[in-house]
Write a protein that binds this ligand. Structure first.
Ligand SMILES: CC(=O)CC(=O)SCCNC(=O)CCNC(=O)[C@H](O)C(C)(C)COP(=O)(O)OP(=O)(O)OC[C@H]1O[C@@H](n2cnc3c(N)ncnc32)[C@H](O)[C@@H]1OP(=O)(O)O
Ligand SMILES: NC(=O)C1=CN([C@@H]2O[C@H](COP(=O)(O)OP(=O)(O)OC[C@H]3O[C@@H](n4cnc5c(N)ncnc54)[C@H](O)[C@@H]3O)[C@@H](O)[C@H]2O)C=CC1
Length: 283
């Protein structure tokens, strides 16, 4: 099967990045969100990223326009009727994702593959919302998508070898590096990363050090490009909390309990960079 048309559901940080790299690789892209203004916001980010590429001499103005011309706006999942692949990047919530997949299963052609960019949720359970579990797969991009090389590819219990191969090839066509992972909470990336971030939040909560000091220790001491609290703000504190809850519930082990400070920030609407305030304040 050849993938030509891709629908990206959710035009937030991840969805806009995924749409951008797909369009840059020559795919026809439908970028979907609940409201036109959400898709427009995503398109604005793509436009800005592409303009930076033009300024840096990595692409011409014509090439930028050609990439933008390959992206169409959508606010209706029925638009999945003509696509070969859907990559879902809506919020990290099993009910929301299962609902989207159940709808996509009805709208998308029988041959279409339904992929989720979930950070931690069970692909097997998302697949169970459809009548095509063999064609459901995890395609976990990293943030910021245009920069990060990795895509974790997660096989659900029923994912077919053929579908895995199509997605692996497609990932390579985006100049990304696929890594195969089995379906367990948080996969590999967030099983390892998120407890570190949560522990950094605990060190702040317990007054071990200031937020700046915690970040500085990990940046200068471990050569991490961003300190864990800056990274949490970058990922989105809501997403961090959802991932910790998935690990906590999925393994039933209290070592994954989310820090109360993380919960408090999310309840306050301090979700990090995307809302202008998290552990730090953004312009
Ligand atoms: C939660 C999950 O499920 C999984 C995840 O994604 S976890 C998060 C994984 N991501 C990380 O860990 C990111 C860690 N941080 C980094 O790697 C770096 O800080 C960074 C790449 C984000 C920025 O790098 P930096 O050197 O600090 O800053 P900067 O020089 O401004 O940017 C480097 C390049 O990235 C680009 N860039 C930075 N942010 C970008 C964004 N949001 N979108 C597109 N491009 C971006 C810049 O344009 C720049 O490109 P050029 O040099 O080619 O022009
Ligand atoms: N933020 C990160 O660093 C990473 C996030 N992810 C995953 O990607 C997904 C999206 O995360 P972000 O882009 O950060 O979130 P975000 O909050 O920036 O964007 C989510 C978007 O989904 C839209 N949405 C919600 N329900 C929808 C629906 N029913 N139909 C269509 N659109 C809908 C929202 O309007 C919003 O624009 C989550 O599953 C997250 O776990 C994966 C890798 C990294």
């Amino acid at each position: 099967m050849k993938v030509e048309k891709v629908m990206v559901v959710g035009a937030g940080q991840m969805g806009s990045g995924i749409a951008q790299v797909c369009a840059q690789a020559g795919y026809i892209v439908l970028l979907n969100d609940l409201k036109p203004e959400f898709v427009e916001r995503g398109l604005g980010v793509i436009n800005k990223n592409l303009s930076r590429n033009v300024e840096k001499g990595r692409m011409t103005e014509e090439q930028k326009q050609a990439v933008l011309d390959r992206i169409t706006v959508s606010t209706d999942l029925q638009d999945a009727a003509e696509v070969d692949l859907v990559i879902e990047a809506a919020v990290e919530n099993l009910e929301v994702k299962s609902n989207i997949f159940a709808q996509l299963d009805k709208m998308a052609p029988a041959h279409a593959i339904l992929a989720s960019n979930t950070s931690s949720l069970p692909i097997t359970e998302i697949a169970a919302a459809t009548n095509r579990p063999d064609k459901v797969i995890g395609m976990h991009f990293m943030n910021p998508v245009p920069v990060m090389k990795l895509v974790e590819i997660i096989r659900g219990l029923a994912t077919s070898d053929e579908v895995y191969q199509v997605i692996e090839d497609m990932t390579k066509s985006l100049s990304k590096v696929p890594v195969e992972v089995n379906d367990f909470p948080g996969f590999v990336s967030n099983r390892v990363l998120m407890p570190m971030i949560n522990e950094a939040i605990y060190t702040l909560y317990e007054g071990v050090a200031t937020k700046e000091a915690i970040d500085e220790v990990m940046k200068l001491g471990m050569n991490h490009p961003m300190g864990p609290l800056t990274l949490a703000d970058f990922i989105g504190l809501d997403t961090c909390l959802y991932i910790m809850e998935t690990l906590h519930e999925g393994f039933g082990d209290d070592k994954y309990r989310p820090c109360p400070l993380l919960r408090k920030y999310v309840k306050a609407g301090w979700l990090g960079r995307k809302t202008g305030r998290g552990f730090y304040v953004y312009e």
